[in-house]
Design a protein around this ligand. Structure first.
Ligand code: NDP
Length: 489
């Protein structure tokens, strides 16, 4: 498979014709050759996006016209769902079941923003009678969109759908590791007749392609999802022209289990919270905080079930957890497991690369559970972004909240208890933007996705996700047109 860039409505191999090999993480086989973008390619894409924005060909369309294009995109994603899910699994490694959910979420995200852009936007204000004050929302201009590899298509759609609905033009960069479904999405853009130059796809390395997007003074906004360190770099780089930045970053989210929770439900969701997506999920419940009185029973049941998780290639319908996305990332996760052991945490299960026959060329890591941890350990504080969970224990509500918030991150958190008032007391104290009570991981296009602390700035999804891509303009309309008479002569 050859993957090219899509700039100004045409497929391009890039200014140097260089390519990058794209690997199936389940077996190390090369599945595609992707064009490698350069600074020149990005600058070209930005100039096209700028020219296209200023032409008004998209920004001046009616909301209805834009919505119609978005609905066609949603329809095509649905029609191609099977093919897209399979490609996502081949490229990212996630199970076909997980990839299929992503595809239907992606189609629905386009549908949601197609509807939302036609809803009323703007306000009027009560000001002196001779004036009418109002706010209208306008597209920001050229938006740079940069996404990671864990949900290659879905994370892209969380940005592309609202950015396009709002009338912007975009320069978009997927992760260098997972460009396959992003390219397929741009084929859909072409099929449905999105005007040339509205959405431009540049492939390649973050340090080159991503950096050039963020640095450019011709880009009005950057919406980024990825690691906190990269986010920090992006904030600094974006300062050149004071462009708006929206950052969805990492997490180390607490999942708090009280003794009075429904035991099997809590175990089940705790497993789902950390091991779905092989733990490569920003909101993963990677710290399980369990009340001391049930710790033994809970950990024992959790470990028993962890050992039974069927790890295997995502395309195998029997597999419940796929490989990690790349060899490099697998090495990073394995290194964290070593750090955990060196720090004195106890490995309750997992902790190794699976090298059985049929697995040895892939990047499979056994689901790993650490117990007897302390809050200062690196495996408790740092985002591992793999199938590795740490257990912490607490005596009472106060200690649970203290431990939950003992992190630089603030993305997500869960609470399990059958006491509704306690659930509400605790969840209100958890310093995180996405929280769950007696459940974990549910995400809805209608509701905002938002991080506290070093987990980000700004929001995705919901009405907030659209507002990220709109400017607010105040208009003051004089209803009594006559001189003000401020200066006498
Ligand atoms: P990275 O931060 O490494 O990369 C994210 C994107 O940024 C990639 O496209 C990458 O390109 C690009 N990039 C890298 N360096 C630069 C740079 N200097 N300038 C501009 N762009 C750059 O994250 P990962 O891809 O490793 O993704 C995992 C991280 O994403 C985790 O921390 C996870 O928590 C977070 N995440 C957050 C979510 C949220 O909603 N809060 C959702 C999903 C993930 P390249 O791939 O070429 O390096």
């Amino acid at each position: 498979m050859k993957l090219n860039m899509f700039i100004d409505g045409s497929w391009q191999a890039g200014s140097t014709n260089q390519t990058r090999q794209i690997v199936n993480p389940a077996n190390g086989e090369i599945i595609a050759e992707a064009a490698e973008g350069t600074t020149r390619d990005v600058e070209y894409a930005i100039s096209v996006a700028r020219k296209t924005f200023e032409s008004g060909i998209w920004s001046e369309k009616t909301a209805e016209e834009r919505a119609e294009v978005l609905l066609k995109i949603a329809q095509k994603i649905d029609e191609k769902q099977e093919e897209l899910a399979k490609l996502e699994t081949l490229d990212n490694g996630k199970t076909l079941r997980e990839a299929s959910y992503d595809m239907s979420d992606a189609a629905n995200c386009f549908r949601y923003y197609a509807g939302l852009i036609r809803a009323p936007h703007g306000e009027t204000y009560h000001v002196p009678d001779n004036m009418q004050a109002m706010v209208v929302r306008e597209p920001i201009g050229v938006c740079g969109l940069i996404v990671p590899w864990n949900y290659p298509l879905l994370m892209s759609v969380w940005k592309l759908a609202p950015a396009l609905a709002a009338g912007n033009t975009v320069v978009y960069k997927p992760s260098e590791v997972t460009p396959v479904t992003p390219v397929k999405l741009f084929e859909i853009f072409e099929e449905v007749g999105l005007p040339h130059g509205v959405a431009n796809l540049v492939l390649g390395e973050g340090k080159v392609v991503g950096h050039t997007i963020v640095e450019s003074h011709d880009v009005d906004m950057v919406s980024f999802t990825g690691g906190t360190e990269t986010g920090r770099h992006i904030m600094r780089t974006a300062a050149g022209n004071m462009k708006k930045v929206s950052l969805e970053l990492g997490g180390k989210s607490p999942n708090i289990i009280f003794a009075d929770s429904d035991f099997e439900t809590a175990v089940d969701y705790a497993l789902f919270g950390i091991f779905s997506g092989a733990g490569q999920v920003c909101s993963a419940g990677s710290r399980i905080l369990v009340e001391e009185s049930i710790q033994e029973a809970f950990i024992s049941r959790f470990v028993e079930r962890t050992k039974k998780i069927k790890v295997g290639p995502g395309l195998n319908p029997e597999s419940e957890m796929g490989p990690l996305v790349s060899e490099e990332h697998m090495k990073k996760v394995l290194r964290y497991i070593e750090i955990g052991k060196e720090e004195g945490a106890e490995l309750a299960c997992g902790g190794y690369r699976i090298l059985d026959e049929g697995y040895d060329k892939g990047y499979f890591v056994a689901p790993t559970v650490f117990i007897h941890t302390t809050p200062d350990m690196r495996i408790v504080q740092e985002e591992i972004f793999g199938p590795v969970v740490v257990f912490q224990t607490f005596k009472d509500e106060r200690e649970a909240i203290k431990l939950a918030n003992d992190t630089k991150y603030g993305l997500a958190g869960g609470v399990f208890t059958q006491d509704a008032a306690k659930a509400m007391r605790v969840i209100k104290k958890v310093r995180a933007g996405i929280t769950w009570v007696n459940t974990y991981h549910g995400t809805y296009n209608e509701a905002p996705w938002h991080g506290y602390k070093q987990s980000g700035i700004g929001s995705s999804l919901g009405t907030y996700g659209l507002d990220e891509f709109l400017e607010i303009k105040q208009i003051n309309f004089n209803l009594q047109v006559e001189p003000i008479g401020w200066f006498k002569n």
